[in-house]
Design a protein around this ligand. Structure first.
Ligand SMILES: [Zn+2]
Length: 306
């Protein structure tokens, strides 16, 4: 079954076609935020129509579209309840796109898609239970219990970024204060970088590069990130008694964050009986969410319970 997978994040929009054989075709990526595209249904529809037309003439049929969105989604309707990083609230995404694209469309939370992909094909294949933490523009999560993604009572079990880490009184866009995402997300690092240098080149990667050069402001920022991230992750270990946390998302690099450093912090924060503490990077890296969107579409076409 050929599907168009879509990863709609707070900064980038990626699409790709795949079928049941390994490998991606016609992969595209747009930095919609930096390029100033209006992220509305009309623009998104036009973009996806173009991708579907290209795939169907060049690589194969598109039997369905799977969309992973950085938002809270109603799983029954495919409606976006709220996606702060997209500027969306109460958008009937599935219905609107099915009407316009004339294809089956399946919508899910990006972190849930990433967790599903890591559980089936990535760093979580040998783990029955794990927490997948997405360090991107914001911070999300997908909790895998008994190899299934736990969606929560309100379908909102993806808001790890809003765990309170209590380092002061920093307000968050969610209305709360001292949320993890205000200290440890790509956006938090980017905001800090903008205070230090020319805003046009400022990004989370700017901070990480400066950290490698041991510039003091970046060292302080990364120390705060590690401290708050370790605190939040320790809450997950202590609450759930899981053994493994997998880090994914756009902020992750081959050597960042330093998992040995995080592990040492966690050894002192996690209850002693909860051992081992296993920390991993997402094996599917930046493709985890896109892969999960494809699994979402293919699974739904087959009538699988995901
Ligand atoms: Zn918050």
């Amino acid at each position: 079954m050929g599907v168009l997978a879509v990863d709609l994040g707070g900064t980038n929009l990626r699409t790709g076609w795949c079928d049941d054989s390994p490998g991606w075709h016609a992969v595209t990526a747009i930095g919609w935020r930096q390029q100033g595209f209006p992220l509305d249904i009309e623009w998104l529809t036009a973009h996806l129509q173009h991708q579907i037309a290209y795939c169907e003439t060049s690589v194969g049929a598109v039997d369905a579209v799977g969309i992973a969105v950085a938002a809270v989604i109603d799983p029954k309707t495919g409606n976006v309840k709220v996606g702060e990083n997209l500027g969306w609230r109460n958008v009937a995404l599935r219905t609107l796109l099915e009407d316009r694209l004339r294809k089956p469309v399946f919508v899910d939370v990006d972190a849930f898609c990433g967790a599903l992909a890591e559980a089936r094909l990535g760093s979580g294949v040998d783990q029955e239970h794990f927490l997948y933490v997405v360090l991107g523009t914001g911070i999300g999560h997908g909790l895998v219990l008994n190899r299934r993604v736990w969606r929560g009572v309100h379908a909102a079990a993806n808001v790890f970024g809003h765990i309170k880490v209590g380092l002061g009184a920093t307000p968050c866009y969610c209305g709360g204060r001292d949320c993890l995402c205000q200290y440890a997300s790509g956006d938090a690092l980017t905001q800090l970088a903008k205070l230090q240098g020319p805003p046009l080149i400022a990004s989370g990667a700017t901070v990480i590069d400066a950290y490698r050069r041991q510039e003091r402001w970046a060292t302080e920022a990364v120390e705060t990130m590690y401290q708050t991230l370790a605190l939040a992750v320790s809450h997950a270990f202590n609450l759930l008694d899981i053994a493994c946390v997998i880090f994914g998302g756009g902020v992750i690099q081959a050597d960042f964050p330093d998992l040995v450093d995080l592990q040492q912090r966690l050894e002192t924060l996690v209850y002693p009986e909860i051992r081992p503490i296993i920390l991993r990077r997402a094996a599917l890296q930046q493709d985890a969410v896109l892969t999960g969107a494809a699994l979402l579409a293919q699974g739904n076409l087959r009538g699988e319970a995901l």
